[in-house]
Every structure is written in structure tokens, then in C-alpha cells.
Write a protein of this length. Sequence first.
Length: 227
Amino acid sequence: MSHNPAADSGGDQIRRAFSPPPKRGVRAKLAHESSGHDWWHIHRVVRTVRTIAREEGADGFVCELTALLHDMADDKLNADPAAAQRELEAWLAASGVGPETAAHVLEIIATMSFKGGSRPPMRTLEGKVVQDADRLDAIGAVGISRVFAYSGAKNRPIHDPSVMPRERMTEAEYRSGNDTAINHFYEKLLKLKDLMNTDYGRRMAEERHRFMEAYLDRFYAEWEGLS
């Protein structure tokens, strides 16, 4: 399948290329997810991807297709991540996008997750765009909401002053759950501004980062009964 990223939006190309469109399957799978990785997370990431891809001159088709599919095999959301990965690979192989595009989408999905912050840099512009869009949804007002949704789903406390944020973690330690919602700001969210790949992503991250800092100031004041 050939496509010209300058001709129209990635969404237009996806709607023409697939019947039924992948959006339907993604929405059905994630509609009732309660950890902050639901369909509306995908919806927001897709919209942000469109903006950044347009500003940065990336392939909108690859960016938007990857954004739609990026959580379908996520180990946080699947009891059998390996089976979900095989299902995703089989769908792409049968979709008609071609092996090069399918490989590109799968490569981005495999390398975009934070997982403690020790991941290698994204290789392609499209990967950088999708990773930025996903990370932007983890910060700012929406990001704060998702921290507490995820913490509730995982029975993680809001705050415990005796539990200190972890400075350096392996992927296993990051996933261990020995954490609080507030600590997650320091272990991940406040780091994301400086990890943005694209100029436009960095500009979007600045304001969201400042909002989180202001929120934490207010949180600690209220925690101590000072506000």
C-alpha cells in the first residue's frame, strides 16, 4: 500500500485503507479499561499525533496508525501480552499496509514505552512523534487525572511521606508497584518534559509541566492543612 503523507491526513488514509477501520476494534477492546489507558487515551493521543506530525513533517499515516494500535499488546492491559502481540502482528500482516510499514509500526510500539526511563532513543521521526504524543497525555491536567485513575486501579496509595521516590529503577522495579501516586510524579511525569523528541512536543510539554508543578505545590499545602 503506497501513501503520500503530504496528500491528506493520516486519518483520511486510514479510513480509506481499512474496512472495518482499526478504530472500531481498538475502541471495543479498551472501552471499559479503568486504569487511564482506555479508548479516550487513544483518542487524545491520535489527535495530538495529528498536530505534531503536521508541524514536524512526519508521515501522518504511520503516526496515526501507530497511535491507534500502541496499547493493543501492552503488558499492563493484557493477561497474555505475547498472545496479544501475535494478534497485532497477524492483523498488520493481513491488513495490506505492506511489510515495511507494518515493521515500522511494530518497531515504534515496541520501543516507545517509558518503563523506568532507560529506553533507547526513537530511531525515526514517526517514532519520535508518537512517543511525544503518548508522553504528553501523561502530563498536565489529563496526566494528573490518569495518575490517580491508574493508582486506584492498582490499589496504590495517593501519598505516604515515608515512602520516598525511587531515583533509578530497572524495568522490573518500575513495574513492582512499590510506589505512591505522588511519587509517580517524580519517578516519571516530571521527567518527561526533558525527554520530548520534537520541537513542537517540547513546546506543548512546557505548559503542562508547569501545571503539574503548581498542582504539587497546592497538594502539599493542603496535605499539611496550610491551604
